[in-house]
Design a protein around this ligand. Structure first.
Ligand code: ZN
Length: 354
């Protein structure tokens, strides 16, 4: 079994490397969860719990405020980038950016900060990079919601050292047009469903996505066709066409509000919601969030994309994204993290919590 010794735990850079070098592609987190659990037990100042390959550790200092520091343990599949390598200030390897550097910060603080300004719940969870039903945070919300009770949550996903607030919601919908099938040699007998879909595509082309500023963060919406299905054969007028659209909506809209907006845009068309996930409001007014922004020393910007902060928001817990990795490098062969970003991230968290 991999062992995270006290010297490694005391150095966030060495700890990042040690975590990267325990292979933990989604579904294979047992070894890394064992190592993390053992390291947390050994601190002596944390109550440690485990659910599957998700590990939670809590301080119990009687503070009036509790914060969560959360990071996932899994990575996407390897891409000839395991184990890690270091070249100057850069550490390369699967999971360096997304998000073992961030997870290492939480584990480093858990191991070395016995006295903190807030009570802290550290969460190290499995299966973030796969379908939502397996997501460790989702499983905890379902089976041990008491672990998530907090006033504020910080998710250490890669943001390149910026504070990214909230997240957009996402919704996919299928828009269908119906025609009448006919031989293409006698096309006047049919109605071409692909042609009918053209008007719906024009609505998308002319659509002006909304921009909205919430708590000083500008969220830009987007509504786009992502898939078109239609056609029967080379000599048949098609009687069905389907356009799948993806709507990324600002967090001041609920899922119901987003659906109503789509139905409004596509009035006159059959529309079916395929899936959706709510956004998360920035939550910058919570006291621990304000203190955190002061420690970072720069304002927050809007998060584009969907992250697990929305799971906290759904529970009424304000949450921010902040991590040393570069999100543009997540899931790439060239995945890497800048070592100084790990060091400055550790210093920020220590200044905030210490
Ligand atoms: Zn991630």
């Amino acid at each position: 079994m991999a062992i995270l010794d006290p010297t490694t735990l005391a150095d966030p850079v060495a700890l990042t490397r040690a975590l990267v070098d325990i292979q933990s592609v989604s579904g294979n987190e047992r070894e890394i969860a064992d190592a993390v659990e053992a390291a947390l037990h050994a601190t002596g100042h944390l109550a440690v719990h485990r659910l599957g390959n998700t590990v939670a550790a809590r301080t119990d200092l009687g503070r009036p405020t509790r914060v969560v520091l959360a990071g996932h343990l899994d990575t996407v599949p390897l891409a000839d980038n395991f184990p890690s390598t270091v070249d100057g200030d850069l550490m390369f390897g699967c999971g360096t950016s997304d998000m073992k550097a961030g997870t290492a910060l939480a584990l480093h603080l858990a191991a070395t900060l016995a006295q903190s300004r807030y009570d802290v719940t550290y969460l190290f969870y499995e299966c973030e990079e796969v379908e939502a039903a397996r997501n460790g945070l989702n499983v905890v919300a379902r089976e041990r919601p008491d672990w998530l009770v907090a006033d504020f949550a910080l998710l250490l996903e890669p943001t390149y050292g910026a504070v990214e607030a909230g997240c957009q919601g996402t919704m996919r919908a299928a828009i269908r047009t119906q025609g009448r099938r006919a031989h293409s040699a006698r096309s006047w007998l049919g109605i071409n469903a692909i042609h009918t879909a053209g008007a719906a595509l024009r609505r998308l082309d002319e659509y002006q996505p909304r921009r909205v500023t919430i708590e000083g963060c500008e969220y830009r919406e987007g509504l786009n066709a992502v898939l078109v299905r239609g056609g029967v054969a080379g000599n048949v007028i098609p009687d069905l066409c389907e356009i799948e659209v993806n709507y990324r909506f600002a967090p001041d809209r609920s899922e119901a509000g987003a659906e109503a907006h789509l139905r409004d845009v596509f009035t006159g068309y059959q529309l079916e919601i395929v899936d959706s996930a709510p956004g998360a409001l920035p939550g910058l007014t919570a006291e621990p969030a304000r203190e955190f922004l002061a420690a970072v020393g720069q304002p927050a910007s809007a998060k584009f994309g969907w992250t697990d902060v929305a799971r906290f928001a759904a529970l009424g817990i304000p949450a921010l994204n902040y991590g040393p990795g570069d999100p543009n490098l997540a899931h790439t062969r060239e995945e890497r993290v800048e070592i100084p970003k790990i060091e400055s991230g550790a210093a920020v968290l220590r200044a905030w919590l210490g």
